[in-house]
Write a protein of this length. Structure first.
Length: 295
């Protein structure tokens, strides 16, 4: 996401330069995830304010250069995405982020601070990113904030925003992946982060050219995971509040719920895909929990 656009703009799309930039970016992002929450925090302290300020500047410039009001511009639909389809992508985006959030809020001093940080991040931070992309796009065009800023003749700022935005996204994703793999295979987190970083870097070019399809897969697959986590907490709240919670190696009803939920979300064309998947996953998990209690 960083290397290919930059190589195209600066080096005429040289494949060799693309891979050099990919390897450098992959190494930096993996390194920040490898050293843990402190290095992630340092990157975020730098990136988040800059992205917020520069994204706002780009949005304001786009509105000033564009014709008509925001309402008029949004009324012009390209017809490529339905309201239900857009709602599904938005829901999937929030749910997928929610499944990873506990990996970071666990470092909060208390539950109140963790809740405040999460609300601010999702309802202000995430919404701002939607505004940056959507409002800037309808006035000047471009598939993302990088292309928008290029069209606004903010080339070097565009590279800075793109690099920092992708960095904070990827190192958090790598940290989450490494932590998950460490728990699954009962290994230390850091080696798992390195493995994830290598795999992600090597597959990044393929993913770049198949990104929308990958997002659709995640939009159908991750919401079932999220709803099972939520229901598990509320159905076993007393157990979660104690230190004696019995860890089950594999909860097959949860596994089946995720699989069936993902299949339904991908296959059923009626309604919102992510919600369809969550309903099926929730039913499977709840049936399993009630069966285990009766047993």
């Amino acid at each position: 996401m960083f290397a290919i656009p930059v190589a195209r703009e600066l080096f005429g799309g040289s494949t060799a330069v693309e891979w050099v930039l990919i390897l450098i970016a992959g190494a930096c992002m993996t390194a920040s995830a490898y050293f843990g929450i402190k290095s992630l925090t340092i990157i975020s302290y730098i990136a988040v304010p800059l992205v917020a300020v520069l994204g706002t500047v780009a949005m304001i410039m786009a509105v000033k250069q564009g014709d008509g009001t925001i309402v008029d511009q949004f009324a012009k639909s390209s017809g490529s995405l339905t309201v239900i389809g857009g709602a599904g992508l938005a829901i999937g985006s929030f749910v997928s982020g929610g499944t990873a959030t506990p990996n970071f809020t666990r470092f909060a001093k208390n539950g109140k601070q963790g809740t405040i940080a999460t609300v601010v991040a999702f309802f202000i931070g995430n919404s701002l990113m939607f505004f940056f992309g959507a409002i800037s796009y309808i006035f000047v065009g471009g598939n993302d904030i990088f292309e928008v800023m290029i069209r606004l003749n903010l080339f070097y700022l565009a590279i800075l925003v793109l690099g920092l935005n992708i960095w904070t996204t990827n190192d958090n994703a790598l940290y989450t992946a490494g932590l998950g793999l460490a728990n699954i295979f009962n290994k230390r987190k850091k080696p798992m982060v390195l493995i994830s970083g290598v795999i992600g870097t090597l597959l990044s070019v393929w993913l770049y050219y198949n990104f929308c399809g990958w997002l659709n897969i995640l939009n159908c697959t991750l919401p079932p995971v999220g709803i099972i986590l939520v229901i598990s907490y509320f159905m076993n709240k007393k157990a979660y509040d104690t230190d004696t919670f019995k860890i089950v190696t594999v909860n097959w009803f949860a596994v089946v719920g995720v699989i069936l939920g993902a299949i339904v979300a991908n296959v059923v064309t009626w309604g919102i895909a992510s919600i369809n998947g969550m309903i099926v996953a929730a039913l499977c998990y709840m049936i399993g929990e009630m069966y285990k209690r009766e047993k």
